[in-house]
Design a binder for this molecule. Sequence first.
Ligand code: PFF
Length: 452
Amino acid sequence: MTSGDRGHPPEQWGSSLGFVLAAAGSAVGLGNLWGFAYRASQGGGAAFVVLYLLIVAVVCLPVLVAEMVLGRSTGHAPLLAPITAGGRRWAPLGWLFMAAAIGILSYYAVLMGWTGRSLIHALSAPLPADIPAAERFFAGISSGGDAVLGHLISLALTGVVVAAGIKAGIERLTRWAMPLLFLLLLALVIWAAFLPGAHEGYNGFLLRWDASKLTDLTTIRNAFTQAFFSIGTGIGAILAYSTYLNRRSGIPGEAVAVVGMDTAVGLMAGCITFPLVASFGLVDVVSSSTVGTLFISLPTGLASLGGAGRVVAALFFLLAYVAAITSSVSLLEVPVSSLMDRLGWSRSRSVWLMVLLIAVIGLPSCLDVAVLERMDALFGGVCLIAGGLLLALLLGWQVPDRFRTDLLESGSSPDLVRLLRWALRWISVPAISLGLLISIIDLAKSWSGAGA
Ligand code: PFF
């Protein structure tokens, strides 16, 4: 049964392109710009890229399709959709979606605040001349009043877009933001290609081939975490967007478009950061540090170029902020649509209550970068991957007919549907189980290490 139990979302996307751009906006974010560079630079080279592409195509893509089917076929927001499809015992999945989306947004908005602050700084003052100066600047923006203000402003902007609604808010934003983002990226990729030593950047990171890295545990874990966080499946954001999809749209094609755009942006971002880092001799700074990496290395490298460097830094941070807000709106839509669906609240009431709650939950991350990193490991790592696993189990094993019927009814070919269902059952479920186990062990290790 796929139609009798549908909720009645009051809104719909203006067009299929509108949905694809919004979903791609959710996927493309700070994770592509920072996460890809950071994780790829921890070793692995081309093997990291190959593993990443493989995981995205065979593990994440079927889960993304399943998430879209769950949203469209139930017509319910993330909190209620799992119960509608699988019965009461699937209620914890709805709560996991809520917790993960709220948890991620609570620190994602802090990262947005740092990005916005770096943008304003690049526009208004010379870039820090060396690493110690950049570290001092970063310490200033990543703690205390500056960080809190950036967090609050970013959440408020996200709230304004989500409160305006699906068509007038989210779709309107992503329609201009995504093309702008691609243009800025392209301009910076071309600029970076002409840096002295750019080819060393490509060779060192993207093109260095070492087959033994394909079985290296750190490389596999990094590729796995990066793929899930970047596509953003397993958290209910794409599910929430899919409830506003019409019944004719071809979900597999749309999922491929989203995944393709996200991967293209990750690779393009790599083609900016790697030449830059190699050209300015910042390889060690990038691979040895953590979340603050590019906030420190990028401006320092660009400082040596004077005025032109400032323009590039400003464009890069603008690009990052635009990418981030198209992601943060999708995260906020998860609890907002759930409150509207479950309690019948108005959109604006749900938005502002959630903004308030998330602002408070994010305060510790504003004040301490170590807390932010732990939130990322817990919500952006373990919870997200666990959500992906449960989604694959729900649609692959518990209610496989819902998956099949929804896709067939909307015109997908039977062979394609069979292939997707097979991959969901036999590739996604075992692969994600393993990935989740590794993430949990990793998290436990790092927490006990930090506590010791
Ligand atoms: N994919 C986004 C990024 O790469 O920055 C982050 C994200 C957005 C994760 C939405 C999860 C999500 F539901």
